[in-house]
Write a protein that binds this ligand. Structure first.
Ligand code: PG9
Length: 636
């Protein structure tokens, strides 16, 4: 060996050095239980997409499970600690107990323009048959071309393909359903991003999710995400307050070079830019032809609307509804892919993630991809929190609550009850000061992308951290003597006036635990948010055409809260909270009407007095348990 070293040195041109790394390192996989192929699959426009294929060595006649991602195919299979396929499948979107144990061929592809794929990235690439995309390609055509290549190049497969993924990869699982390839037999969009304006990642009913700026920065600056968001302030509350508006915070970091950021700034309202990207509505027009299992997390901190809106929208067409299944559970974003016996402090006393994977996902995939005699799960399988039970139904309660709903009515003295109060019950007021917005989690707010962030479980945070604030209104029921079960989407009816000309309304439905919880003492008095959302007041009449709020004039603010399936237990109380900021998850509303809140000047941000008409404010819920005399006689 000493000789060959000398020889090698002599071969080298003067002034160079022998590199350690071979041109291409060959991994020795003789003792692996799978074969890995990294291939560039050509699309119809010549762009090649980087695709990792893991084939179990025992595979023959095996179905294929595809995921299309902007989060790096390599990264998603880079956890190798042994030669077993399961060891590299620990992580986002990979559920080894289903995918590997099921003998599937696993395929993960980088979408256009991200990581090792060619082409240009567009954050939410519009479908090619809309006016927003002048090319002939989109995620649907890329999926089609990929599947075409897979079924012709994987002799170990049975030529049946399923597509699966969480969040962005749930969105690509939905886009695969447009003009689907005949070999696509099933889709499983988990926590999919569906309509970025209405209630998923970017806005909720027009309020901008300022804490997504780091995501946009990290994702949309370089193909491999090498440029990282930065902030000098440790507390994101300070960062966004100092930055004034979301537009200014982004611009200070050069984000006005990013196409998607420019689109955000140009489209604060629900105009045709957003409407043409609402996947649920496009899919209704297209028709759902492939069996699809939508997966929804009831405490999804990122995409809490996507799966549910898609479910309701597709119910409008019987043929599409016939291909549709829904599973939902007490998870955060993607929590169903992991162990899920708790959500923050809330304990479900059983692994609901494992139940989902084994009892719902596994048979669903196996039925369509392996053997149609394997029984399917129910149409709708849902975990009910509070009393912690799984249940199966054929459908969900109506989305609008037009009939058959129970009102949780505001009452004088900050009460909440089932009887509509007398006509003139007065108002309850608070001052909303944009210089002191209500934090969505206790400060310091560790931003969603930073180490140590409580982001994943924040929706289950104890609301006592804000209940005592004078700008948070809490309406509380007496103690329940009976269980009170609600399902579906609560509908808010708030009649309020403001001294300003714009304003936000956050409404939260909260389960207040008894002061003493012997089996879990730290839960005593816990205020568990069951469902909550925000409406930007300028959109109260039209999401497309904002209107200033006439000062000091009562207005109706009506909007749906996220899906529930929850039992308030005896001994607990029901609370509804109202506040005018949820910061910095949502950008501040200046409370003075300006054309574009992204560009609001510091001088526009003004305090406002908010007055809620007690008799004309309530939250409708689908209650499935008795609604008669369910409360103890006196308000505690
Ligand atoms: N919620 C993330 C996302 C989806 C779609 C667009 C942008 C962001 C995600 O977790 O993938």
């Amino acid at each position: 060996a000493a000789f060959s070293l000398t020889a090698q040195a002599q071969d080298m041109p003067a002034g160079s050095i022998a590199p350690d790394m071979p041109e291409k390192f060959q991994v020795q996989d003789a003792n692996f239980d799978y074969v890995r192929k990294n291939v560039m699959i050509p699309m119809r426009d010549g762009v090649k997409l980087y695709t990792v294929i893991l084939i179990p060595k025992a595979a023959h006649d095996a179905p294929i499970l595809l995921t299309r991602t902007p989060y790096s195919a390599d990264h998603m299979v880079s956890y190798a600690s042994s030669g077993h396929m399961a060891s590299i499948m620990q992580g986002y979107d990979n559920m080894p107990d289903v995918i590997m144990d099921g003998g599937y061929i696993r395929v993960i592809q980088d979408v256009r323009g991200k990581h090792d794929s060619e082409g240009k990235y567009v954050m939410n690439r519009p479908m090619h048959d809309t006016s927003l995309n002048g090319t002939q390609v989109d995620h649907a055509t890329d999926t089609w071309d990929t599947i075409e290549w897979l079924v012709h190049n994987l002799p170990q497969s049975n030529k049946k393909v399923g597509i699966i993924g969480i969040s962005y990869d749930g969105y690509t699982s939905l886009t695969a359903l447009f003009h689907p390839h005949p070999a696509l037999k099933v889709s499983v969009p988990m926590n999919p991003m569906v309509d970025g304006w209405m209630g998923d990642d970017w806005f909720h009913y027009g309020a901008f999710r300022e804490e997504t700026l780091p995501y946009v920065y990290n994702q949309d600056t370089t193909p491999k995400g090498t440029a990282k968001w930065w902030a000098n302030e440790y507390d994101a509350y300070d960062l966004y307050l100092n930055g004034v508006s979301a537009g200014a915070v982004g611009k200070a970091r050069g984000m006005d070079q990013i196409g998607f950021f420019k689109q955000l700034l140009a489209h604060p309202a629900y105009d045709s830019f957003w409407q043409q990207q609402a996947i649920d509505k496009l899919l209704l027009k297209e028709g759902l032809k492939v069996p699809t299992l939508l997966v929804h997390s009831l405490w999804d901190q990122e995409d809490i609307s996507g799966a549910i809106d898609t479910y309701y929208t597709l119910q409008k067409n019987a043929a599409s509804a016939a291909n549709l299944y829904l599973a939902m559970g007490p998870w955060n974003h993607g929590g169903e892919a992991k162990a899920a016996s708790t959500l923050g402090s809330i304990n479900f006393h059983a692994d609901t993630g494992l139940y989902f994977r084994k009892k719902i996902l596994e048979p669903f995939l196996a039925h369509y991809l392996k053997d149609s005699s394997i029984p399917l799960p129910g149409r709708v399988t849902a975990f009910r929190t509070g009393d912690n039970e799984w249940e199966t139904t054929t459908t969900l309660p109506s989305q609008d609550c037009r009939s058959g709903c129970t009102g949780l009515h505001f009452e004088p003295g900050h009460g909440l009850g089932l009887a509509a109060p007398v006509a003139d019950a007065g108002v309850v007021s608070y001052t909303a000061d944009p210089d002191h917005p209500v934090p969505y989690i206790p400060r310091p707010v560790i931003t969603s992308s930073a180490p140590g962030t409580p982001w994943a479980n924040w929706l289950a945070t104890d609301q006592r951290n804000v209940t005592a604030r004078p700008d948070v209104l809490s309406m509380t029921s007496p103690v329940l003597t009976h269980p009170f079960t609600i399902k579906g989407q609560p509908v808010v009816h708030l009649t309020a006036s403001t001294t300003g000309t714009d304003g936000d309304f956050v409404v939260k439905l909260i389960d207040v635990y008894p002061d003493e919880v012997p089996e879990q003492r730290e839960m005593g008095g816990y205020q568990f948010m069951v469902s909550a959302d925000i409406l930007r007041g300028r959109y109260r009449k039209s999401f497309e055409h904002p209107e200033a709020i006439p000062a000091n004039t009562p207005q109706l603010y009506s909007f749906n809260l996220p899906m529930t399936n929850h039992t308030f237990l005896p001994g607990h109380r029901i609370m509804v909270q109202v506040q005018s900021s949820w910061f910095p998850l949502y950008d501040r509303n200046p409370q003075t009407y300006v054309d574009n809140i992204f560009l609001a000047e510091a001088s526009a941000y003004k305090s406002a007095q908010i007055s809620i008409d007690v008799a004309k404010s309530w939250v409708d819920v689908h209650a499935t348990t008795p609604t008669g005399n369910i409360f103890a006689a006196s308000t505690p």
